[in-house]
Ligand binder design. Structure first.
Ligand code: DX5
Ligand code: ZN
Length: 216
């Protein structure tokens, strides 16, 4: 059993509030919100004013994935905008420990992400400080890419480490997840599934329910 966190990056921005309401009412657990700065990743998405405005559309937790350099600069702002879970990239922080501690201090759940080529050894020391580890299964920056299969081995490796150490850390996966591969990905030990184009690229209610029926 896993949670579903649809990524609004692939939603219809002209009708964002309704797309969020539809997926939430169809069984989505969290709303995954991708923030990109054009530096850590090539693309720019949206920032705090948009998050603040869509915060009113649902009570579901906002799972905010920061693809920005030195996210420690903006932690309070994301809390004020309405983030519940705040994910930062280990590759984007000059002081990862301090960044995670600031997130917790601000009253959010701290989470850490790794890009496909970053080894698990780079984040092992931070596991006791986080609520969730986000495994990127595509290079971050764009929706609609194909999952890199080796990243699923990373989920298995992490599952083993987290269970052996008796830690309470969720594993989330993000990028290229669809109705065909999601069952195997849950079986590998994933707790939270992010899906963008596979939810918002079609009939949002129908796609959300199809995911929910496969992962619950
Ligand atoms: C990519 C983002 C993802 C993206 C996933 O950098 O972090 O959340 O929206 O999109 P799909 O599910 O289409 O790969
Ligand atoms: Zn994301």
């Amino acid at each position: 059993m896993a949670l579903l966190a649809p990524s609004i990056l692939s939603a219809d921005f002209a009708d964002l509030g309704n797309d969020i309401k539809t997926t939430a009412e169809s069984g989505a657990d969290w709303i995954h919100v991708d923030v990109m700065d054009g530096l850590f990743v090539p693309s720019i998405s949206f920032g705090m004013p948009v998050i603040k405005s869509i915060r009113k559309t649902t009570d579901k937790p906002f799972d905010v994935h920061l693809m920005i350099n030195e996210p420690i600069r903006y932690i309070k702002e994301f809390k004020e905008a309405g983030a519940d879970i705040l994910t930062v990239h280990v590759e984007a922080c000059s002081d990862t420990k301090a960044t995670l501690e600031e997130i917790k201090k601000a009253g959010m759940r701290p989470a850490l992400s790794i890009k496909p080529k970053t080894p698990v050894s780079e984040i092992e020391e931070y596991l006791p400080l986080i609520d969730m580890l986000l495994v990127m299964s595509v290079e971050p920056g764009f929706g609609g890419q194909k999952l890199i299969p080796e990243t699923v081995d990373k989920v298995r490796q992490l599952r083993k480490i987290i269970d052996e150490r008796g830690l309470d850390v969720l594993i989330e996966i993000d990028g290229g997840i669809n109705l065909e591969n999601v069952v195997d990905i849950v079986k590998a030990g994933t707790d939270v599934i992010v899906a963008g184009s596979a939810v918002f690229g079609g009939d949002v209610a129908e796609k959300t329910k199809a995911f929910v029926s496969l992962i619950k």
